[in-house]
Design a protein around this ligand. Structure first.
Ligand SMILES: Cc1cc2nc3c(=O)[nH]c(=O)nc-3n(C[C@H](O)[C@H](O)[C@H](O)COP(=O)(O)OP(=O)(O)OC[C@H]3O[C@@H](n4cnc5c(N)ncnc54)[C@H](O)[C@@H]3O)c2cc1C
Length: 504
């Protein structure tokens, strides 16, 4: 994937069938769906692919055990089907993972056990592993740090796991291979109209400052929690449809949870579930679900949210986690569809919605990572009707996603940081093959170090920045600007006690 080639296609194409705004799971999935049906599609991302919520998930490909408890059986079953196709179509970038739900009362053992049996039954022929009842000894064997006092046993069930940012890159790569044009650091700025209907878009390249005007049969708004901004851009009278809900994760060393299996804490103090999931040599613990009355590219965790996660994890494990043990805190905003009747975002519907405005703008919001393919299918089908394009059926059900490029053995393999496996070659490949343009693109979403260990990311930032500079031929001034911006950003991912220190 070369950005310069994508830019050239933008400059030389007079008209697109569809232009998609947003380079997260939904936008890139939509671009892939449209391209694989043979439509001429452009997808633009303001910052970097998966900069928004799509890099900040719990990284689970799941039906959603919690929604089952809420009685939303149809939605869970749909997601379980999608889970199967997600795993099947991206085998190099996904895996199945077992979860253990520890229980401390006999009644709960039966309740959760039969619930999770139902969870597996709902997946029908798309089951990825049988649910089993476990004795207390088996739970202890699987999770050495589990609190054993009054432990009655547990339940083991299966779901999928992935690297959300890497799958976004796979979607972009596969979409390009099917004829789509996909570009990052390109912002939608305003619409153009013909007879009150949107017929194109003005966008700005945020790297060069250049503006580009494109014409399109239909424009699709897949900007997650920013969907209302785009709808306001089209119609000043627009009433917001998104109710953002904030979820945080903390990332800690494996020594605090030394298991290859994930843990599901079935009932937190606010009645939700909490996961501890091994990922990339660390452990992700989360998440929360709090109504957010703001939208931001870099949402931040409050100390109460961090305390909530720590307290609930500590209730179930013997290693006492405290804020100083946290290696990174990352926060995402769920683009939930607004409902005026309900107060708590935890109750808002997680299904997706596709809306068509009077101007013909198609907006897709809600849903979850696991169901991106279904969201994309519904969106493209609706968009073809809006644009009056000939209908062609969806082709993504069995479409293999292209895995990341393999590093050339001739590239330098020296490690960037002593505690992590990433190398100079990874940085070079990210820039040459995966459209990484900035220090943040590399450290946050190509090698994920900012999400795994913010302090380590800060420590190797100068070296990584020099490698990018050499690859892209930037001046020294660029390095200074990139480093300053990255240090400011990294403070938001550092655990609280370190946040206010000076980084140099
Ligand atoms: C804490 C948390 C945990 C989650 N865990 C899971 C999970 O484990 N499994 C699961 O299935 N789902 C999970 N989800 C849900 C899932 O992450 C989201 O539903 C999904 O990522 C939303 O993707 P999106 O593409 O709609 O939005 P986004 O990823 O936010 O993408 C929208 C993009 O639009 C871009 N954009 C905005 N304005 C413009 C503009 N003017 N021009 C161009 N681009 C623009 C943004 O930069 C952004 O990258 C989780 C969500 C949260 C918050």
């Amino acid at each position: 994937m070369k950005r310069s080639q994508q830019l050239e296609k933008i400059k030389t194409t007079t008209r697109w069938d569809m232009v998609v705004i947003g380079g997260g799971a939904t936008g890139l999935g939509t671009a892939l769906d449209a391209a694989s049906r043979g439509y001429k599609v452009l997808c633009i991302e303001k910052y970097d692919f998966s900069k928004g919520t799509s890099s900040r998930s719990t990284k689970l490909i799941h039906g959603g055990v919690r929604y089952l408890e809420q009685g939303n059986i149809a939605m869970v079953r749909d997601a379980l089907f999608e889970r199967w196709f997600f795993l099947k179509n991206a085998p190099q970038e996904t895996r199945t993972i077992s979860f253990i739900l520890p229980v401390y009362s006999w009644w709960r053992w039966l309740y959760y056990g039969f619930g999770l049996k139902l969870y597996d039954t709902l997946s029908g022929k798309y089951s990825i592993g049988k649910t089993e009842f476990l004795s207390a000894a088996k739970v202890k064997e699987a999770i050495p740090e589990i609190k054993t006092e009054k432990l009655k046993g547990g339940i083991r069930y299966w779901d999928g796991q992935f690297d959300d940012s890497r799958i976004c890159l796979s979607l972009a790569r596969t979409a390009i291979s099917k004829g789509a044009t996909v570009i990052n650091h390109m912002s939608a700025e305003s619409f153009t109209y013909c007879d009150h209907k949107i017929d194109g878009l003005v966008m700005q390249d945020l790297l060069s400052g250049e503006h580009h005007k494109v014409k399109a049969g239909v424009v699709i708004n897949a900007t997650g929690v920013f969907a209302d901004y785009i709808m306001h851009m089209d119609n000043k009278e627009h009433h917001n449809i998104v109710a953002p809900s904030q979820g945080i994760h903390i990332v800690v060393d494996k020594k605090f949870y030394n298991s290859d299996e994930a843990m599901l804490i079935p009932r937190t103090s606010d009645g939700r579930v909490l996961f501890a999931v091994p990922w990339n040599g660390c452990v992700i613990i989360g998440t929360t679900d709090e109504k957010a009355d703001y939208t931001d590219e870099e949402p931040q965790a409050g100390s109460d949210e961090i305390k909530f996660v720590l307290d609930n994890f500590n209730k179930y494990t013997s290693r006492h986690l405290s804020p100083v043990d946290i290696k990174s805190v990352y926060v995402g905003l769920r683009p939930l569809v607004r409902s005026n009747k309900l107060l708590h975002t935890a109750d808002l519907i997680r299904d997706h919605t596709v809306l068509v405005s009077k101007s013909g703008l198609v907006t897709v919001t809600g849903g979850k990572w696991t169901t991106y393919r279904k969201m994309a299918r519904d969106t493209v089908s609706k968009a073809t009707r809006v644009a009056g394009l000939p209908f062609r059926r969806c082709r993504t059900r069995n479409l293999q996603l292209q895995a990341g490029p393999v590093a050339d053995p001739g590239l330098p393999a020296d490690i960037l940081h002593k505690d992590h496996p990433f190398t100079t070659a990874d940085v070079i490949m990210a820039v040459r093959e995966d459209m990484a343009c900035t220090l943040e693109d590399v450290l946050a979403r190509r090698i994920r170090l900012l999400f795994l260990d913010a302090e380590a990311a800060v420590q190797c930032a100068p070296g990584v920045c020099r490698i990018i500079q050499q690859e892209l031929g930037h001046e020294d001034e660029w390095v200074a600007t990139q480093l300053n911006a990255f240090y400011e950003l990294a403070k938001k991912y550092l655990p609280l006690p370190m946040q206010n220190r000076e980084i140099s």
